[in-house]
Design a protein around this ligand. Structure first.
Ligand code: ADP
Length: 546
């Protein structure tokens, strides 16, 4: 017997309709690419997103067509997402930090028919346009006054493009499993692969993220997703903020400490989210200027491991609670968050940091396990580490066009490529990406743990640990550090900082000083590039402590 409740497909554009109906006057504030701060409301965003749908339809776009976006977080990008999904087309966010050849590869692979781009990226696209065979039209996200001279075929200013529409457009209705969005993984090995989100997965994931145990979102919040819409759906915030009627602040192209601080302060933001490198810049800015964060209550940090010293700085110095979260492009993307369960509610200070430093536990809709290489599940004892695998309505079952073949195990779990432990209360802790872990004398050393410790040193701005070949132990850790401006730390001083904090045989064999550590397009340390840079590095002593 079937249930007798209504069939009401979970469609993304229902979110903006709801926001307009219930929270129409709530503001969407953006730092525009042209410069000034721009203010609009959910009522306006909804009305203009219908005009986007009309403009796309006029250009021949319909159900299942891909529309590329090469754009920062702004109100126009938000309108575009809802307009695209309301037509049944698919937004394809392209990460502008990718190499131009990678951009060309993924746009061609996705077969995008229209490209919506910020002014920032017009020069890159002009160089690539000859290779982008499927793009029929370029829409520049600006108005006529700022429209540049461009060689891009069929280019039009966004404001002119939607000006010809009256907004009288009925959203299309279709099955909730229809594709809504696409995002390519950065593809550290092989070509990038396309992840295809459905309307259902986006809506369910946004509802999941809303919960008090995850990001705890409400209509009284003012939310700034610093995490870009092109980085795994801005961790849902372009959907979950309107879904909850929160005021939304979009930071545009500027993510340096001073610019982020300015918005946090002037817009009285109480919740924000980004990768650790962004917060590193903000914390430096605060240190330099002596400014504080009186309005901010919570910050979600993920994408790479959040160092303990960062959690401590936010909480102790600035009174901002950190929610450490883990996820990936293949997962919509949030897979866990480190809220505090009753079992740990009594913890304070350093003991609480021990829990917040983990990547947290799986919320409802995410099933998690760790296994050995043969796929046998391993115990949740907080010590045994294994391959981290996940299953649920927000987890990919295959990549676009079947790239990479079968990606699930016999039980339908996706291998995340991460190595992790899970404690008896379900708290997961990432040891490493499986390809980054250091194997020394048959035992594993966690590079993440060493890096997180290193950045707790007062003179270190950023740190990376890689394995370097060793005649006796196969690999030994090399610590690579960027000193803080104006400081000149010594290797032996840094190493003595580790003493007593790690097992003796985890001690890095040497310290290399660099001006900069390379990052991927999603802000992660580029370990492959570092391994390449240091491939001929000779460690000082062949013999190390047992
Ligand atoms: P990319 O395309 O760069 O792989 P993703 O955002 O999909 O971008 O990367 C997902 C990976 O990022 C995870 O599998 C994990 O290795 C890492 N990651 C994400 N969040 C965290 C975190 N909080 N701690 C440690 N690693 C993380």
């Amino acid at each position: 017997m079937l249930g007798l409740m209504q069939d009401w497909p979970l469609l993304c554009h229902r979110i903006i309709d709801y926001a307009a109906e219930q929270y129409g006057a709530r503001e969407v504030v953006s730092r525009s690419i042209e410069g000034p701060i721009h203010r609009t409301t959910y009522t306006e965003v909804q009305a203009r997103s219908r005009r986007v749908a009309q403009a796309l339809e006029r250009d021949g776009i319909g159900l299942g067509d891909r529309v590329g976006t090469l754009a920062w977080n702004t109100w126009r990008h938000l309108e575009a997402w809802y307009g695209i999904t309301g037509l049944g087309a698919i937004y394809h966010t392209v990460n502008p930090r990718l190499f131009p050849e990678q951009i060309a590869y993924i746009v061609n692979h996705a077969e995008d028919r229209v490209m919506l781009t910020d002014l920032t990226f017009v020069p890159i696209l002009e160089k690539l346009a000859g290779d982008l065979k499927t793009i029929e039209r370029y829409v520049i996200l600006t108005d006529a006054a700022h429209m540049p001279e461009t060689s891009l075929p069929n280019a039009i200013a966004y404001e002119d493009w939607i000006a010809d529409s009256d907004g009288d457009f009925a959203w299309r209705s279709f099955d909730e499993n229809t594709a809504a969005g696409m995002c390519y993984t950065s593809g550290t090995t092989g070509n990038p692969k396309g992840v295809v989100y459905s309307h259902r997965s986006n809506v369910l994931h946004s509802m999941m993220v809303t919960a008090p145990n995850v990001l705890d979102l409400a209509s009284t919040d003012t939310i700034m997703p610093v995490v870009p819409m092109f980085h795994a759906n801005s961790w849902s915030l372009a959907f979950s903020a309107p879904m909850n009627g929160a005021k939304l602040v979009m930071p545009g192209a500027k993510m340096d400490g001073a610019s982020i601080f300015e918005l946090l302060d002037s817009e009285r933001i109480n919740f924000t989210a980004a990768v650790p490198t962004v917060w590193l810049m903000l914390l430096h800015h605060l240190e330099e200027t002596g400014k504080t964060l009186p309005h901010l209550d919570r910050v979600a940090i993920g994408g790479s491991a959040c160092p303990r010293s960062m959690i401590d700085a936010f909480q102790t110095k600035y009174g901002v609670e950190v929610v450490h979260a883990w996820g990936m492009t293949e997962m919509n993307p949030i897979g866990s968050a480190a809220g505090i369960k009753p079992a740990y509610a009594h913890l304070e200070g350093s003991d609480k940091l021990d829990i917040q430093e983990t990547q947290g536990y799986a919320p409802f809709t995410v099933e998690m396990k760790i296994t050995d290489d043969e796929g046998t599940p391993l115990p949740w004892d907080g010590k045994t580490f294994g391959r981290l695998k996940v299953r649920g309505p927000g987890v990919s079952r295959t990549y676009f066009k079947g790239e990479g073949g079968e990606i699930l195990d016999d039980h339908g779990y996706f291998d995340t490529g991460d190595v992790a432990t899970i404690d008896p209360n379900g708290y997961m802790k990432i040891t490493d990406r499986s390809k980054d872990v250091i194997k020394s004398g048959g035992e594993w050393i966690s590079t993440i743990e060493l890096e997180n410790l290193a950045v707790g040193h007062p003179d270190i701005a950023e740190a990376a640990v890689i394995g370097v070949a060793h005649p006796k132990w196969d690999e030994r850790p090399l610590l690579i550090v960027v000193p803080k401006p104006g400081s000149d730390p010594r290797a032996d001083d840094i190493l003595s900082f580790f003493e007593g904090k790690i097992a003796k045989w985890w001690m890095p064999d040497d310290v290399a000083f660099v001006d900069e550590i390379p990052h991927t397009a999603t802000g992660k340390i580029q370990k492959m590039a570092l391994r390449d840079q240091f491939k001929d590095y000779r460690l000082p002593a062949a013999d190390v402590a047992e």
